[in-house]
Design a protein around this ligand. Structure first.
Ligand SMILES: N[C@H](CCC[C@H](N)C(=O)O)C(=O)O
Length: 273
């Protein structure tokens, strides 16, 4: 069985998108997701995105990291899906229902409201998530924010001076985070500007992380470092984040379709039911 895919990205955070809304796709598990995401033997991507019909929203979006783990949210992929749909759409995810709509400078996503209580940042034991009393060498006292998925945010002088390839996986997989964690390293450069790099849970160092930009902006606002509207500049480019007075997080930025293709489902362990 041949399956069509669309290759997309948001500021270089790249996706393989499978659209199962009209025709049901064969079952997808962690193994087949990781095989499709492999950059040597698969199509290659940071996340695999699977669209399905939804009874609660215009569509359902499932998100698999490159390691095959299925997760609750992906900001950049939500903008890519918004581009693919072409009109405003409600999207059901494991984190709840979010909304994407075309904007002047790309796509705007209403990402939901952030959460800070320790049980939504799965910790091995309860602690103050506003300034966790932990450190991994020069990365210390993070703030933990959940924007559908869990993030730890470290504020430093220069994110590009941090050895993310070594410290990222160390923190991602620390037992203190039994659901693992996305690792954000940020510098506040103005009341409306943040520089950010992200070691993503299940995907590693990416060119951009939409939920990381949201979580970092909220973390900086909670610490009084920035105002409620901020530009977060990642290696792949900038995202505009606004924390609306009603608590909703708005993220605006570009989305790009790179190419389309197809693959043999059986070659990736996707067996029709
Ligand atoms: N690695 C994330 C999912 C993808 C998030 C990122 N690609 C984004 O744009 O938000 C996690 O395991 O929670």
């Amino acid at each position: 069985m041949r399956i069509d895919f669309t290759k997309m990205h948001g500021l270089g955070n790249d996706f393989v998108v499978l659209d199962g809304r009209a025709t049901a796709l064969p079952a997808i598990d962690a193994t087949s997701a990781a095989a499709l995401a492999d950059r040597h033997t698969g199509i290659g991507c940071d996340q695999l995105v699977v669209l399905e019909p939804s009874t609660f929203a215009d569509l359902r979006m499932r998100i698999f990291n490159a390691d095959g783990s299925e997760v609750e949210a992906c900001g950049n992929a939500t903008r890519a899906v918004g581009l693919l749909i072409g009109t405003a759409a409600s999207i059901e995810t494991l984190a709840g229902i979010i909304h994407a709509s075309p904007a002047e400078s790309g796509i705007t996503v209403e990402m939901g409201k952030p959460r800070f209580d320790w049980d939504v940042i799965p910790l091995a034991f309860a602690m103050d998530t506003q300034a966790m009393p932990v450190a991994w060498e020069e990365l210390a006292n993070p703030i933990a924010v959940n924007v559908g998925n869990p993030h730890a945010i470290f504020f430093v002088d220069d994110p590009y001076a941090i050895d993310m390839a070594r410290l990222g996986p160390l923190i991602e997989n620390d037992a203190i985070f039994p659901a693992r964690i996305n690792v954000n390293v940020a510098a506040v450069t103005a009341r409306d500007a943040i520089t950010l790099r992200v070691w993503e849970r299940g995907a590693g160092l990416t060119l951009a992380c939409g939920t990381g930009a949201c979580a970092t902006a909220i973390g900086a606002m909670k610490r009084g470092l920035v105002d409620r509207r901020v530009t977060v500049t990642l290696p792949g480019g900038p995202l505009e984040i606004c924390w609306r007075e009603d608590g909703e997080i708005l993220m605006t930025g570009p989305a790009t379709q790179s190419f389309r293709g197809s693959f043999d489902a059986a070659a990736y362990g996707m067996i029709s039911a």
